[in-house]
Design a protein around this ligand. Structure first.
Ligand SMILES: O=C(O)CCC(=O)C(=O)O
Ligand SMILES: [Fe+2]
Length: 311
């Protein structure tokens, strides 16, 4: 079942066993680009990430967040506010950010902080889930660039990108009948995000079409994809970055994980010439991701990208 208004695309059932040049690949790529232009997000059925792996990931997350507070606090970094966000940030929210978890040594370094006596199965599940979600985000990037007829930038984008894996626990609101905000409305700052959830829904998206909040249930075996501000800027504003939030209701914890594709340290985000013409005059100046994120953390707000890089 697709969510009303949010495109639901099928990358399974052989849909990706296509020559990149085939007509079917092109049709699917156009749908991805159109979804990112008109909604800034979409749902995708993707069977290359096995359900069993995701089940193990969410079981691992329960054990991780159940660890003693003093162990989890060891990961916090005063210079990087979002490495570990404990309940002091928001009583309903707890999350970790692991940079480059698809690299085994990074997955192992994180796991060994949490479980000093090692936990190879969690490490394997973390590494494998994040790698497969990274693959999905690169496929989507490739499709969007090809649909814009600038596929030649794909290799450049891959070489200039990095990633973070965020794992989150959203707790139940104090009273069952009241809804609680676990994540305030925001656009992601990076290129794109792939989101997976356990069976507990909570994410809401501000619809570009009707300017209303839409509750989203990510169908089983599927993922939610968000365009981030940096991809919006790089595309000269053609892609839309969808605003979203997490609202908790009911009595079950929500666990989620998100792969953030982002620019590599020091890389300049600059609109390609091919996306500038008289109907699309240049909208954003070149910038680096770290400058943008520093600006955002100092100036939270709705229009951060426009204020920071808009022309
Ligand atoms: O946990 C979720 O469902 C959403 C997470 C999210 O939007 C984020 O980390 O930026
Ligand atoms: Fe987000």
């Amino acid at each position: 079942m697709a969510e009303v208004g949010i495109p639901y695309l099928n990358f399974s059932d052989g849909a990706l066993d296509l020559e990149n040049e085939s007509e079917a690949w092109r049709v699917l790529s156009d749908k991805v680009r159109e979804a990112c232009e008109s909604h800034g997000c979409f749902l995708v059925k993707y069977s290359d990430i096995p359900m069993k792996l995701l089940e193990n990931m969410f079981m691992g997350l329960e054990s991780l967040f159940d660890l003693p507070q003093e162990i989890k606090d060891k990961y916090a970094d005063p210079n990087q506010y979002d490495k570990y966000l404990s309940s002091s940030f928001n009583p309903l929210h707890e999350s970790f950010r692991i940079d480059c978890a698809p690299r085994l040594e990074e997955a192992r370094a994180f796991t060994n902080i949490m479980w000093p006596h090692e936990n190879p199965s969690f490490c394997e599940v973390l590494n494998s889930t994040s790698s497969k979600m990274l693959n999905l985000s690169l496929i989507i990037m490739k499709m969007i660039l090809e649909s814009f007829c600038i596929g030649r930038y794909y290799q450049f984008m891959v070489e200039n990108s990095s990633n973070s894996f965020r794992i989150l626990k959203h707790k139940v609101p104090p009273s069952n009948d009241s809804a609680g905000m676990s994540l305030l409305p925001h656009t992601d700052k990076n290129f794109s995000t792939i989101l997976s959830e356990n069976e507990v829904q909570g994410v809401e998206v501000l619809s570009k079409e009707v300017n209303k909040w839409i509750q989203v249930k990510i169908p089983t075996g599927s993922f939610m994809v968000f365009v981030g501000d940096t991809f919006k800027a790089w595309s000269n504003g053609r892609l839309h970055a969808a605003k979203h939030k997490v609202i908790m209701k009911g009595d079950k914890f929500r666990y989620s994980c998100a792969l953030f594709l982002l620019p590599k340290e020091g890389a300049t985000i600059e609109v390609p010439q091919e996306l500038i013409d008289k109907d699309h005059p240049l909208r954003y100046r070149p910038f680096t991701y770290s400058d943008f994120v520093s600006f955002y953390t100092a100036n939270y707000g709705d229009q951060t990208l426009e204020i920071f890089a808009g022309l």
